[in-house]
Ligand binder design. Structure first.
Ligand SMILES: Nc1nc2c(ncn2[C@@H]2O[C@H](COP(=O)(O)OP(=O)(O)OP(=O)(O)O)[C@@H](O)[C@H]2O)c(=O)[nH]1
Ligand SMILES: [Mg+2]
Length: 472
């Protein structure tokens, strides 16, 4: 486990890693205006002098934050591309190391040729996320901010991008660092009680300590509560279409997607496996999941399909429960409905073109939409209702504000538990429990430290940065 200084170069870290000069293509391949090769490390400027031909001052003599125009050239002096080169001097760069960014022409070939020139001149091809990893190790970003970089790259909606940017700017980090420092202060005060003879210990001390622990717990809690929304922003809402066989579930999937993705037939039990597709409902991203009709399965395959359907139902952010409105309400439907939370459920009363046995009023407590999907009736109304429900799920707060990820949640739940243990120990045993309570608080502090990266281990970094692309 290493500790990372809040800012500046990491001397301890530097002993563990060889700091060489890395390079990678930073832009996506394909036809485009420009492509960028980035280079970072101590040899960036000498390397630039070797591979960039330009008039005037050589690259290494230029001030940081300036561009030069020139050509990349290989060891034999052959030109690879016409380029603009951005000079970034440590610590005023993304990695806090000396960096150059070579902007070449777009398309796959220029970028590859520029990268080859740089690699031939001595740079090493960067690993996924290595630039951001260096930014972290050099104290430019904490771990929460580094993760925000990935969230921003992967953001699938405007909202998700706004939340990632907020996190990148350090707003979530600031709350976590404050919490960390406050817990260290309380823990020190708990330990200080050990130095007092019992009769000299002020009455108010433990009350005051408990008050501060309650406050810390509440702050941890409100962060944990943002997880739901964070997961909606990152993964999109999970919308599950469920109901008895043959009611029109797959027809609905196809209608919402606008293409014939799932097989539709008049034979009950047509869909046997779950089918997942991404859609955007009025600007909100969602995973739409069509499931096998819920009934007593006729064979093992269908039975597995129904098991999967039920598992998806449990993890859904929104259920579209579909009923054939032209037939009588089945007892099985009532049983299923009882197991669903009304605020996360929309009833779709389909096949109203065949007549209505079931009316909206029969199903009070559930919001419902009548449809005849065969001719598209009610589809727009359904989309509106879905958008409303999905947004209700996210509307508790208006971004930008802090939202945590699954990794953060696990660590914060542990921290909450440790603070809770410390409180009960102090409540039960007073100063006799001080040493034990302090150890609990250390564990809580450690957990929060792992969120921000104040403490970290190699496995954790490997797990986080391997999800990045090369060049970031
Ligand atoms: N009349 C009428 N028929 C419909 C409507 N919607 C779907 N159907 C028909 O109902 C039958 C079943 O549709 P599916 O979409 O396959 O039903 P499902 O719920 O996916 O069925 P399983 O996969 O077997 O659970 C098909 O023949 C559809 O054409 C509708 O609004 N009106
Ligand atoms: Mg189906």
């Amino acid at each position: 486990m290493f500790s990372r200084p809040a800012a500046g170069f990491d001397k301890e870290g530097a002993m563990h890693r060889e700091v060489d000069t890395i390079a990678a293509i930073g832009t996506a391949t394909g036809e485009a205006g420009i492509s960028i090769v980035r280079v970072s490390g101590p040899d960036s400027f000498p390397l630039a002098d070797r591979v960039i031909r330009c008039s005037g001052l050589k690259p290494s003599a230029r001030p940081g934050g300036t561009f030069l125009h020139g050509y990349t050239v290989d060891a034999r002096g052959a030109e690879a591309d016409e380029v603009l080169v951005l000079i970034l001097r440590a610590p005023h760069s993304y990695t806090r190391e000396d960096m150059i960014e070579i902007q070449g022409h777009g398309g796959a070939q220029s970028a590859k040729r520029n990268l080859r020139v740089v690699l031939d001149a001595g740079a090493r091809l960067a690993e996924p996320g290595e630039f951001t990893r260096r930014a972290f190790l050099n104290g430019r970003l904490d771990l929460v901010q580094a993760e925000a970089v990935l969230d921003l790259i992967r953001a699938r909606s405007d909202r998700a991008a706004a939340a990632a940017l907020y996190q990148l700017e350090g707003q979530l980090s600031a709350q976590l660092h404050l919490l960390y420092d406050d817990l260290i202060a309380v823990s020190a005060d708990v330990e200080a009680t050990l130095d007092f003879p019992e009769d000299e210990l002020p009455e108010a001390t433990f009350k005051e300590i408990d008050r501060r622990l309650v406050d810390a717990q509440q702050r941890v809690n409100s962060l944990i509560e943002t997880w739901d929304e964070g997961h909606l922003l990152r993964e999109g809402a999970r919308v599950v279409i469920a109901g008895r066989p043959n009611v029109g579930k797959s027809t609905l999937l196809n209608a919402l997607l606008g293409r014939e993705r799932a097989i539709v037939s008049a034979i009950p039990g047509t869909t046997r496996d779950t089918i997942e597709e991404s859609i955007s409902i009025r600007g909100t991203d969602a995973q739409l999941i069509d499931t096998a009709g819920l009934r007593e399965a006729v064979d093992a395959i269908e039975s597995e399909g129904i098991r999967r359907a039920r598992a998806h139902l449990e993890a859904a952010d929104l259920y579209l429960y579909m009923i054939d409105a032209s037939a009588d309400l089945a007892e099985a439907d009532l049983v299923h409905l009882r197991s669903l939370a009304p605020d996360r459920c929309l009833l779709v009363l389909n096949k109203v073109d065949l007549g209505r046995q079931i009316a909206r009023d029969d199903l009070a407590g559930f919001r419902s939409v009548e449809t005849a999907l065969l001719n598209g009736t009610g589809l727009n109304e359904l989309r509106e209702a879905m958008a409303e429900k999905l947004q209700q799920g996210m509307a508790a707060h208006v971004p930008p504000h802090a939202v945590i990820s699954e990794r953060h949640r696990v660590l914060l739940v542990k921290a909450r538990h440790e603070i809770d243990r410390a409180r009960s120990i102090l409540a039960e045993r007073g100063e006799d429990g001080a040493a034990l309570a302090s150890a609990r608080l250390q564990a809580a502090i450690e957990s929060i430290g792992l969120v921000t990266g104040r403490s970290y281990h190699e496995d954790l970094l490997a797990r986080i940065f391997s999800r990045f692309c090369i060049g970031k």
